[in-house]
Design a protein. Structure first.
Length: 475
């Protein structure tokens, strides 16, 4: 972006200002989503890990339990060793097996001979002999070679006759230090696994909470940094816009000075030279009076321009005096109407004043309101053709004072409404009336209303007129 400075250009220079708006635009929503997804991901990973750990702990406990049970089995059944030698279980053996099944968690066991033949299943009789190798070849080799126990964690959720979590443990049965057989023990570990899983899960929630808090701190820090970056970006954009407006105002001001001041000055100098040197009609007293009127009109136009510029400067200054007090609308508006009529004696535009009963009383500086009303009336009559009408209505609404300036003039297009409140804005929409002024009136009104704590609303339709509603605090 390049901004031309008219003052620097006069010296043969151009000021170039580069303001980049391509800044990172963070989104707090995306940051929140990432944070939630990360936390849920950690929870899921911990859930799976803790479930596996719970099953593992349950399997270890089951193996220890099975070892103790096998020792108990060895002391019970192994005393006779009849079953391990292939004999039919006696009544005493059956009573012992029934007591063995009453041990919590054991829901089945099998007995194998030292050579691997299946001898007995706790919940069935008369089964065909089948070697241990058919049940678990790897276990058969390990038990036969080393005499070490083997445990396997099983998922029984797909088996109708199995608990959800159970452990198969193969344990050598020893009597007098000699392996007389192998016992396969089935332990139901569903309750233990759930218990350990809940404990691990509770621990996981605590760990996840701690991790979430640790992650939250940098996330909040990043969010605050990004928020500050957005604020800085907005400030940069606002500064750029202010700089652009300032440069445009300077350019408009220079154009105004070069035209609206130079033209009346040329008239003053030209007619005064004619009168001073007695050239042409200047020798005639009537012509001199005419020239004097032209000089006076040019001087008046220059004075009005200077006054408008000074008013705009005072409005934008924070040091200018402003004394708000209750204002009697009727007398001030009547005086403004008389002033505007006197300034436009050749215009045939009806002006009507209508105040509610009782009349509203705004709280505003009298001089400021006079300038507001005068500028709005001047604009209304300027853009209203002869035979038109201007209505001024004062009323109370929503606890505030509303003053409407309604004309039947040429109206404004929507895109023009924002532009006309800027300094030096001129539209020249009435071809039947010579345009006066430099476009400072509405800018002055806008600034005065800001000081008064009021507002201005413009509604207009091209060809149908304009309504300017001024809102002021009530006294």
């Amino acid at each position: 972006m390049t901004i031309a400075n008219p003052f620097a250009a006069r010296a043969g220079k151009t000021w170039r200002g580069q303001i980049s708006t391509r800044l990172f635009r963070p989104r707090a929503g995306l940051l929140t989503v990432l944070y939630v997804v990360l936390t849920l991901g950690i929870l899921y990973v911990l859930y799976i890990d803790f479930e596996n750990r719970a099953r593992h702990v349950a399997a270890l406990q089951a193996e220890k339990y099975a070892m103790s049970w096998a020792e108990f089995l060895g002391h019970g059944i192994g005393r006779e060793a009849g079953i391990f030698q292939g004999n039919v279980p006696t009544d005493a053996d059956r009573r012992f097996m029934a007591s063995a099944l009453s041990v919590p968690g054991i829901f089945q066991f099998k007995l194998f001979a030292p050579n691997g033949d299946l001898l007995l299943v706790s919940n069935a009789d008369g089964l065909a002999m089948s070697p241990l190798r058919d049940h678990n070849a790897e276990v058969a080799e390990v038990v036969a070679a080393t005499g070490a126990s083997q445990s396997f964690l099983k998922d029984g959720r797909t088996k109708a006759d199995r608990p959800d979590v159970y452990v198969e443990t193969y344990v050598p049965v020893r009597v007098g230090g000699k392996i007389i057989g192998v016992a396969e023990v089935y332990l139901d570990e569903s309750v233990a696994a759930r218990h350990f899983h809940l404990e691990f899960l509770a621990l996981g929630v605590e760990v996840t909470g701690a991790i979430a808090v640790l992650l939250l701190v940098p996330c909040i820090t990043v969010y605050m940094v990004l928020r500050r970056l957005r604020a800085q970006r907005r400030d940069l954009i606002a500064q750029r816009q202010r700089a652009e407006r300032a440069e445009q105002v300077k350019a408009d001001f220079m154009a105004c000075m070069s035209h609206d001041l130079r033209t009346p000055l040329n008239s003053i100098l030209g007619f005064s030279d004619l009168m001073r040197h007695g050239i042409g009609r200047a020798k005639d007293a009537e012509a001199c009076a005419e020239y004097a009127d032209m000089i006076h009109n040019s001087g008046s136009n220059m004075l009005a321009l200077v006054n408008d510029i000074l008013d705009l400067s005072a409005v934008e200054s924070t040091k200018s005096a402003y004394n708000a007090r209750p204002l009697e609308l009727g007398s001030v508006l009547s005086a403004c109407i008389a002033e505007v009529r006197a300034a436009n004696p050749d215009r045939d535009v009806a002006i009507h004043l209508d105040l509610s009963d009782p009349p509203p009383v705004p709280l505003i500086d009298p001089h400021a309101f006079n300038r507001i009303a005068s500028n709005l009336l001047s604009n209304a009559i300027k853009f209203t053709a002869d035979g038109g009408r201007i209505d001024i209505r004062g009323r109370m609404a929503g606890g505030d004072v509303h003053v409407d300036f309604i004309d039947t003039g040429v109206g404004l297009a929507p895109e023009e409404i924002q532009r006309i409140v800027e300094p030096f804005a001129q539209l020249g929409r009435n071809p039947h009336v010579a345009q006066k002024g430099v476009g400072l009136g509405l800018a002055i009104v806008k600034g005065l209303l800001v000081k008064a704590g009021g507002a201005m609303e413009i509604t207009s339709t091209p060809g149908q007129g304009t309504t300017v509603t001024v809102t002021l605090p009530a006294a």
